[in-house]
Structure formats: C-alpha cells, structure tokens
Design a binder for this molecule. Structure first.
Ligand SMILES: [Zn+2]
Length: 389
C-alpha cells in the first residue's frame, strides 16, 4: 500500500480536499481523505505544494497517427507490423502526459486491440484503451484507408459484427466527411438513414456504444436522431464555413444527454475567425445544457500525443474555467465513456488512476503539462520528458 499526499486533492467530481491524500493498494484506491484521517505507516509520496487529481482522459485519439506534419502519409507508408511500435510509443506519450484512459477512435488492422490487451496484461505501458478499431465510412470516404469502407445495410451489419468479434469496445461512425481525407466533404453525410439505423442497432445489440464523427449539421442531426452515444467535433460546418449552428438542434443534443467531444486542439484554433465563432457557439451550446468532454484528436497533423495539456488550454480558451476543464477531462469524460465505475474520480474502490502535479491547476492549468507522477491502475510512472520539452 502506498500513500500519496498533496496540498490539495481534486476528486474529479468537483470536490476539493485541502491537505489530502489517497491510499493505493492492489491497483485500486483504498481510501481518500484529509491527511490527518489516513494511515501514515505506509510508503509515503508527498507533494507538499502540489495537487493530486484523477488520471486524465483523452476521449479522442488516433494512436496509429504520429501527430507530425503529415500523419496520414506516414501511416500509409508504415502500415505493417512496425505500426504497432509507433502506437506503443504514442500510448507511452499519452501516459507521460498524465492520460490514464484514452479512447482510440480510428485504428488500423485491429492493432489497437493488440495494444489494449498488452497494456491490460501489464506487459505494455500506456493508458487504459477503449478501442473502436476501423471506423465505418463510405467507400472512399473519410479515413477510408483505415479499412472501414462499407455500403448498404447488410454490409454495415456484417462490419459491425466483425468489429465486435475482434473485441472492439465501441463503434465509430464517420457520419459526415472529414478534414484529413482529400475529396471528403466534412459538411456532407456519408450514409443513409437506413444504414445509420442498422449500424447503431447492431452496435447497441452487441454492447458497443457509438461515437459519431459529425462536422456538418445534417450529420449532427442524424447522430441525435439515431441515438448515438457521443458526438465528435460537432463543428456545425457548412459548405461556406463553420456557420451552421442550429440552437434547436443544440437543445435536442442537450435533451438527449449526448456528450460532445469537441476535439479542442490548437490546430483549428490557429484560424482566428474559426476560433471566435467556435467560442461563441460552444458558449451557446453550454448555456443550453450541452455537456462537453475533453478530447484532442491526438495523432492528426501537428497534434502529438504528448501535447494533451495544450489541448486543455485550447478548451479553456473557448470559455471553460480551469475547474470545468478538469471535470471535462476526468469525471465527466469517464461518465460519457461509460467507465465512471472504474476511473475519472478519486474514491475508494475505483482503479488507482491518478496524477500528481506541481502547483494548483485550478489557478494555472499549464501545470498539468508536466505531471510529477502518473499512476495507472496502481502502476506508478515518472514521466519521461522530451529533451528541450
Ligand atoms: Zn479523429
């Protein structure tokens, strides 16, 4: 058993304990409380000026992509077994960034399953992975090169069934086109209503939640209509720009309780017009009760897996307070991904997923960029720092 203590403990559900600690043993959290209430005859790791909080959650990553200048070409060049090594190093980079749970929303060759199981078995190093394997897309559609092209109700049912047989944790559907595939139009739907209904019914029957990649308004509407479980991106994109925000549809998202993973990474935020409109629309959606969770799209261009904290700063730039960002990255994300019983909060019985940072992230989110310690299911890591990073 080990005792971690710090000046403050953020429990992940909005709670704060001053001079608090967490007792970890056998891979799970045994106790959480004020230091004065906890046993002291344990191995003790103290962060007298620091903060303990739940391990962070990235609800949207691509381990097959390297986050460099041209990840898709790189993936197509190295799509053999060596791709697994790239994925292992990306998983380790996430862990070093404090991420103890990551949802991989677009794998290749079912290698995400291999890596997930390596990590679960304790022979690999990385966050708990929730794997979607190949995302369903139209033939030649967004991310077709990941192998998920399909068309027609029967073929879609077969594809979803195969994902489950391989051991996928969830289904990802490219409901609309996307940005990283030439010829793909992000504002246009890729499937018919009958196809989407079949995919969702089959996935839910097989116990898999459905993540809807949706930029365009029609796709966002389809995600709500068909009862998909999370909406990714949700940029309200039209042919003319990011100008399709529909308040009534935002109300429908809120009423249905579908969490939105806005993939708030710095890439699109570089465009000032986009960022200004995004900030306005995200604020509007939140006022209407839409819940956002943290996810980065790590792996896409200029979005390395090590840069998780940068994406949280981007999220803050869209109007979230540090406390709201932290909840979106811990307790709320865990609830949205269906793993709140295991992670996302510091409470007895949860898996021992926690990080320690120097300073107070409620005052300065940037302290999350350099966790001093990362504990994932009880295993303690001291993050490796990239030289000069
Ligand atoms: Zn993505």
């Amino acid at each position: 058993m080990r005792l971690y203590t710090a000046a403050r403990v953020l429990t992940g559900d909005g709670g704060i304990l001053h001079d608090g600690g967490v007792v970890v043993g056998g891979g799970v959290i045994r106790a959480v409380g004020r230091i004065s209430e906890l046993p002291t005859d344990l191995e003790h790791v103290d962060f007298p000026h620091g903060t303990l909080l739940p391990g962070l959650i990235d609800a949207h990553v691509h381990l097959t992509m390297d986050g460099g200048p041209d990840p898709v070409s790189e993936l197509r060049r190295t799509n053999g077994p060596e791709l697994l090594d790239t994925m292992r190093s990306n998983a380790r980079a996430l862990l070093d960034a404090g991420v103890t749970t990551a949802r991989d929303l677009g794998g290749y060759g079912f290698l995400d399953i291999v890596l997930r199981d390596e990590i679960n078995d304790g022979i690999g190093h990385g966050p708990r992975l929730l794997t979607a394997t190949r995302p369903l897309t139209s033939p030649g559609g967004h991310c077709w090169y990941l192998g998920g092209g399909c068309e027609g109700v029967d073929e879609i049912r077969r594809m979803v069934g195969e994902q489950a047989l391989w051991g996928a944790d969830l289904l990802k559907i490219m409901v609309t086109g996307g940005h990283t595939t030439p010829q793909s139009k992000p504002w246009l739907p890729q499937f018919t209503d009958a196809e989407l209904a079949a995919a969702v019914a089959e996935a839910h029957f097989l116990g898999m939640p459905v993540a809807a990649h949706a930029h365009g308004v029609e796709g966002i509407r389809a995600a709500v209509t068909h009862g998909m479980d999370t909406i990714e991106h949700c940029t309200w994109q039209t042919e003319s720009g990011f100008d399709g925000y529909d308040p009534a549809l935002a109300d429908a998202i809120a009423t249905a309780g579908i969490p939105v993973c806005g993939t708030f990474n710095p890439l699109l935020a570089r465009d000032e017009a986009y960022a200004t409109e995004r900030r306005r629309v995200v604020g509007e959606m939140r006022r209407r009760g839409v819940r956002f969770i943290a996810g980065t799209d790590a792996g896409i261009r200029d979005t390395p897996h090590s840069a998780y904290a940068t994406a949280l700063a981007t999220m803050a730039g869209y109007g979230f307070t540090p406390a709201e960002v932290i909840r979106a990255a811990t307790g709320d994300a865990a609830a949205a991904l269906g793993v709140a019983g295991s992670t996302g909060s510091l409470a007895p019985g949860r898996d021992a997923d926690l990080i320690a940072v120097h300073g107070d992230p409620l005052v300065d989110l940037s302290v999350l960029a350099e966790p001093a310690v990362v504990v994932t299911r009880g295993r303690e890591y001291r993050p490796e720092r990239v030289a000069g990073g």
